[in-house]
Ligand binder design. Structure first.
Ligand SMILES: Nc1ncnc2c1ncn2[C@@H]1O[C@H](COP(=O)(O)OP(=O)(O)O)[C@@H](O)[C@H]1O
Ligand SMILES: [Mg+2]
Length: 340
């Protein structure tokens, strides 16, 4: 699957999303084409390929999930995109310009949060942001306080802004890091595992914030090892495994590419499993009173009728929608193991 834009899920409500292009790289223009485009991007550490021949295409206006188990090369890729490390080979363009060569021109337009924000614990949240803003030579000192106040407001830290950062919870620290990334209007936000270590409430807050930012037209590129997370907030995704791209595209399209599972609830699971196999259902599995399998090509009404005819008592007969996880398993033949 290519980075071709596809229909968005109806729940994704980011306006201003232009139909992007599937061609990778457009070095002559910073306004057309994908916001991030890599070609055969590779990083080798000793004998290990941390990132292996990556072709990534991130459409403008997307909320792009960069998904993969721990150790799959997400942070290494982000470091190369931000010009923090040099690729071993291959190219990366961000906002149409080559990295790391154009780091100085590109980074002011990009808000980034990589592996936890660097904060001064002894300073208040507000003073951290004032200091951060002061380090930006393009930031007008006369409007500094207003900028900081707006960023604090945006991430919901106004009430805690006078507290020392070391007294912040992990979620508050993440939000402060996001506030720093939001001091200036950005065309692109790059967030490396922004919900890592957060409790469910903190994760919800970050998700809401990401949706709000995207609805302003900012392209958001966020990495995660949590499939769920990506399905809930992203319009597009790329899936990494062992440094390689498994697939990329619109989230709805990726999940649709994998077949759902037929699920039968019954107090007669053994008989149900037998009948389902006879009906051409592959990969039949029994878990208690739940029998699942790969849906056959034939009409499911007939499959259901065959169960009933065979005396199987059917409580439920459904086709479960495929998730990104199903897609991952189908594509790699591996479970999505987050324990790395
Ligand atoms: N500076 C480094 N030196 C050596 N190996 C590294 C370095 N950074 C990352 N790696 C290795 O590259 C692989 C990918 O790491 P990383 O990009 O951090 O993955 P992720 O962010 O998906 O968890 C891992 O096997 C990791 O151990
Ligand atoms: Mg990482």
């Amino acid at each position: 699957m290519s980075g071709e834009p596809m229909n968005e899920p109806s729940s994704a409500e980011a306006p201003g999303r232009s139909p992007g292009r599937s061609e990778v790289g457009s070095p002559t223009s910073s306004d057309a084409g994908p916001v991030i485009a890599t070609r055969r991007l590779t990083k080798r550490y000793g004998g290990q390929l941390a990132v292996d021949g990556l072709d990534l295409s991130v459409p403008a206006g997307s909320v792009f999930g960069f998904l993969g188990p721990n150790g799959s090369g997400k942070t290494t890729t982000i470091r190369m995109l931000m010009g923090l490390i040099e690729p071993t080979s291959g190219t990366a363009h961000v906002l149409g310009r080559p990295m790391p060569r154009s780091t100085r021109a590109v980074l002011p337009q990009v808000g980034a949060l990589i592996e936890g924000p660097a904060l001064y614990g002894f300073l208040s949240g507000r003073d951290n942001l004032l200091r951060y803003d002061a380090a930006d030579p393009t930031a007008d000192p006369r409007t500094r306080r207003a900028r900081v106040a707006a960023a604090l407001e945006r991430v919901g830290l106004v009430a805690a802004s006078g507290k020392k950062a070391k007294a912040y919870s992990l979620g508050m620290k993440q939000r402060l890091g996001l506030a720093a990334a939001l001091l200036q209007p950005r065309r692109l936000l790059v967030l490396d595992e922004p919900t890592n270590g957060l409790d469910p409430q903190g994760m919800r807050e970050i998700r809401t914030l990401v949706r709000e930012l995207a609805s302003d037209g900012t392209t958001v590129f966020l990495s995660s090892h949590l499939l769920d997370e990506i399905e809930q907030v992203c319009t597009h995704a790329a899936v990494m495994n062992r440094g390689r791209l498994v697939v990329q595209g619109a989230v709805a399209e990726l999940a649709a590419g994998a077949h759902g599972r037929l699920v039968v609830s019954t107090p007669d699971p053994v008989d149900a499993a037998r009948v389902l196999k006879e009906q051409g259902v592959a990969d039949v599995a029994v878990e208690g009173e739940r029998v699942t399998g790969a849906p056959p090509a034939r009409d499911l009404a007939e499959v259901n009728a065959a169960l009933v005819t065979a005396g199987v008592r059917v409580r439920g007969f459904t086709l479960e929608r495929a998730s990104l996880e199903d897609a991952f398993v189908a594509l790699t033949g591996e479970g999505f193991d987050v324990a790395g």
